[in-house]
Design a protein around this ligand. Structure first.
Ligand code: APR
Length: 257
C-alpha cells in the first residue's frame, strides 16, 4: 500500500474530512505562488503590502497593489483537476469543507460548476484570506467587483474611493491584519472536528496555515500533507505525499470511490 492509498483508506472510514489549501493548488492553473521557485515574494517586497502601509500610505499601497494584481491575475485562470476533484469529493459527501488561503476564487468556481441537478450540497468553501477579485469600502463596507476599481487605480485614481468617499481596500486579509473572527473560529472548529485533515499545496508557514494542522492533530485527526516541498508541519503529519496536486488529488478521489 503506498502513502496515498493509506490516506484514501483513512478518508474512506472518516466521518469528517476537511481540506486546507494554499497557492500550490492553483499553481497548475497558472496562478503564481508566493514562495518557492519564481514566487511572487521574490519579485515584490512583501513588506509593502501590509495593513499598516495601507493605513499610512494608501496611495503608495494602491500603486504597488495594481502592479501585484497585474502579475498575479492578469489572465483569466480556470480551476484545474485538483480543484475539480475536491469539489466532486464535496458533492459526493466525502469532504465536509475546503478551507483556502487562496484569494483567486477557483474553489468556489469549481464547486459552482458541479451540476448534479441540485441533489447534493456544494462543499463549503471558506476563503480565509478573502477574494482578490473584489474590493471593499473601508467606510461603508460595500463590496464591489474589483476589475473596474483596479482599472481606475491603474489610470491614476490613487487611492480609488467609493461613492460615499471612503477608500477602497482589496477585499483580502493583508499582512498585519486580523482575519475576520467568525471565519477563523469556523476554520478552527472544522479542524478540531475533522477525522482527516488534508493540507494541500501550502508551505504552511503563515498563520493560520501553520497552526490548523497541529490543532487537527491535537484532537486526534489523521493529518495528510500533499505538497511538492517540505513543510514545518511534516513532523506531525501521518502521511506526507510529494506530488503535483493535479496528479495526487484526482487519484486520491478515485481511490476513495
Ligand atoms: N503541486 C503541489 N504543491 C505545489 C505545486 C503543485 N503543482 N506547486 C507549488 N506547490 C507547493 C510549493 O512547494 C509550496 O510549498 O505549494 C506551496 C505554496 O506555498 P506558498 O507560496 O507559501 O503559498 P501559501 O502557503 O498559500 O502562502 C500562504 O502567504 O503571502 C501569503 O497571503 C499569502 O495566502 C498566502 C500565504
Amino acid at each position: 500500500m503506498d502513502d496515498l492509498e493509506r490516506l484514501a483508506a483513512d478518508l474512506g472510514s472518516a466521518d469528517t474530512v476537511v481540506a486546507f489549501t494554499g497557492a500550490g493548488i492553483s499553481a497548475p492553473s497558472g496562478v503564481p505562488t508566493f514562495r518557492g521557485d519564481d514566487g511572487v515574494w521574490d519579485r515584490f517586497d512583501e513588506g509593502q503590502f501590509t495593513y499598516g502601509r495601507f493605513q499610512r500610505d494608501p496611495e503608495g499601497f494602491w500603486r504597488d497593489r495594481v502592479e501585484l494584481q497585474r502579475v498575479m491575475f492578469d489572465e483569466a485562470y480556470e480551476p484545474n483537476a485538483a480543484h475539480e476533484a475536491l469539489a466532486e469529493m464535496g458533492r459526493d459527501g466525502d469532504l465536509e469543507a475546503i478551507l483556502t488561503q487562496n484569494t483567486d476564487g477557483l474553489h468556489a468556481e469549481a464547486a459552482a460548476a458541479i451540476d448534479d441537478g441540485g441533489e447534493n450540497d456544494e462543499p463549503t468553501v471558506l476563503e480565509l484570506h478573502g477574494n482578490s477579485q473584489r474590493v471593499r469600502c473601508t467606510d461603508c463596507g460595500k463590496r464591489r467587483d474589483g476589475d473596474p476599481i483596479f482599472e481606475r487605480a491603474a489610470n491614476g485614481e490613487l487611492p480609488p474611493t467609493c461613492d460615499c468617499g471612503g477608500v477602497f481596500k482589496p477585499d483580502v486579509v493583508l499582512f498585519g491584519e486580523q482575519l475576520p473572527g467568525a471565519v477563523i473560529q469556523r476554520a478552527r472548529s472544522l479542524a478540531r472536528e475533522s477525522d482527516v485533515f488534508l493540507a494541500i499545496g501550502s508551505s504552511l508557514v503563515v498563520e493560520p496555515a501553520a497552526s490548523l494542522p497541529r490543532l487537527a492533530a491535537s484532537t486526534g485527526a489523521t493529518v495528510g500533507i500533499v505538497n511538492l516541498e517540505a513543510t514545518p508541519c511534516d513532523d506531525i503529519a501521518d502521511v506526507v505525499h510529494r506530488e503535483d496536486v493535479t496528479d495526487a488529488i484526482p487519484r486520491l478521489r478515485e481511490l476513495v470511490d
